[in-house]
Design a protein around this ligand. Structure first.
Ligand code: HEM
Length: 409
């Protein structure tokens, strides 16, 4: 932490987060300016290093020695405070270090291999089409009608939740998601989230017991069966994993669907291109992930004192990486502010990297592609509606909480 900048002449710290209103609506000009003027710097208010270039983000995330457990971070850092460092509790896999991470990831990852996930495509398609078919109005809130419910129902089906319980499941998971990853939840929301967390945990324990008696073709059964070198997951570990899947998988995929439709609405020529040539869908989803990443930030914790490009970094320092900035780095993606579904060589940072690389990447891509396909099939045009669009104030995430869309049929 030796190099600190008292009053930077470029946006930094909180100004590079959703707490800054201007940034929340459009983060990219501030990210570009900072990437140009101070691609590596220490943000005094967040007590964190910030890395904005693609090459640095790539290296930091893939350094296998750096830590992720917030309890190992400098206690003054946002990383420690926002991610539960002070609770002292064992974190989920996302923030776990080795050897625990290696063990859990080994046991869970089988179920998430692209081949395993591909078998769910048909069900994701059915869920997406059902929600899109249910839209009757010509103007509606895309987030409420499609982007929010589709990922929740897909995860519920993947886990094998009985359709009769989907509504409960959705209410609980929405309540938990609302306060996740932020130290600034409103007291009422925090209380609701606590109750929902307990209900979800009790619910998952019942589901695990039921699946032990009657195995099914779902993720809970896959986690019960997962075995490696004689080791397996305990019931409590499966519950934690189910909770993480809800948190890591729902909000992000909803954001991806919302950001994708926004990009298509704002770039009508690209919308037409995709509508007319669906073989571009896979690349279009990659381009949305690059152009407007649902997860904007990730990070690691320095495992030792080291020097990086002349900066003295200390053990325990938070190493914040801007995935959103890396994706728009012109050194890697020419004309980075242009949304181009035919772009070649997309080197995404949106799913992180190294040993914590997103487990749900294939599932998220598949859900987004199926949902966009359903929308383009049902409507001949998607435009900005007359109602509002608003970005959620959720640190490290970028997604719309409301998005009024007008459609033509
Ligand atoms: C567009 C959607 C998504 C985005 C942008 C996203 C992004 C990320 C990012 C940035 C990380 C941290 C990587 C790192 O620090 O290196 C991560 C980890 C993770 N994601 Fe996702 N994610 C998405 C969807 C999903 C889905 C659908 C699931 C599962 C159902 C999921 C499950 C996970 C898990 C379990 C981890 C922790 C992996 C580990 O620590 O080993 N994600 N994701």
């Amino acid at each position: 932490m030796s190099t600190s900048v008292a009053e930077p002449a470029y946006p930094s710290g909180v100004q590079l987060t959703v707490f800054d209103e201007k940034f929340r609506e459009d983060p990219y000009p501030a990210l570009a300016e900072t990437r140009e003027k101070a691609p590596i710097h220490f943000a005094d208010d967040m007590k964190s290093w910030v890395f904005l270039r693609h090459s640095d983000v790539f290296k930091i995330l893939r350094n296998p020695d750096h830590w992720s457990d917030p309890r190992r971070a400098n206690p003054e850092s946002f990383f420690f405070k926002a991610l539960g460092g002070e609770t002292g509790e064992e974190p989920s896999m996302l923030l776990m270090d080795n050897p625990g991470h290696r063990r859990l990831r080994g046991l869970v990852s089988q179920a998430f291999k692209p081949k395993a996930i591909e078998t769910w495509r048909e069900r994701a398609r059915t869920v997406a089409r059902r929600h899109v078919e249910a839209i009757e109005d010509d103007e509606f809130d895309l987030i409420r009608a499609v982007a929010n419910p589709v990922p929740t129902v897909v995860i519920a089906e993947l886990l094998g939740v009985d359709p009769g319980r989907h509504e409960d499941f959705k209410v609980w998971s929405d309540a938990v998601i609302k306060t996740a990853f932020t130290p600034f939840g409103a007291p009422d929301d925090l209380a609701r989230a606590e109750v929902a967390r307990e209900k979800l945990s009790a619910f998952f324990l019942e589901e695990i017991e039921a699946r032990r008696a009657h195995p099914a073709d779902d993720l809970i059964t896959a986690m019960i069966r997962a075995e490696e070198s004689g080791d397996s997951l305990s019931d409590d570990e499966i519950v934690l994993q189910c909770n993480l899947l809800l948190l890591a998988g729902n909000l992000t995929t909803s954001d991806l669907i919302g950001n994708a439709v926004m990009a298509l609405v704002r770039n009508p020529a690209q919308q037409t291109l995709l509508r007319e040539d669906r073989s571009l869908m896979k690349n279009a989803v990659e381009e949305v992930l690059r152009y407007d990443s649902p997860v904007t930030n990730s990070g690691r914790i320095a495992h030792t004192d080291f020097e990086y490009e002349g900066f003295q970094i200390k053990q325990g320092d938070a190493l914040g990486v801007s995935l959103a900035s890396a994706n728009r780095d012109p050194a890697v993606h020419p004309a980075p502010d242009t949304f181009d579904i035919r772009r070649e060589r997309i080197l995404l940072q949106s799913f992180g990297g190294g040993r914590h690389f997103c487990l749900g990447a294939h599932l998220a891509r598949l859900e987004a592609a199926e949902t966009l396909d359903a929308l383009l099939d049902r409507f001949t045009g998607l435009e900005m509606g007359s109602g509002p669009h608003e970005y959620a104030a959720n640190p490290s995430f970028r997604g719309l909480s409301t998005f009024s869309v007008r459609v033509t049929r």
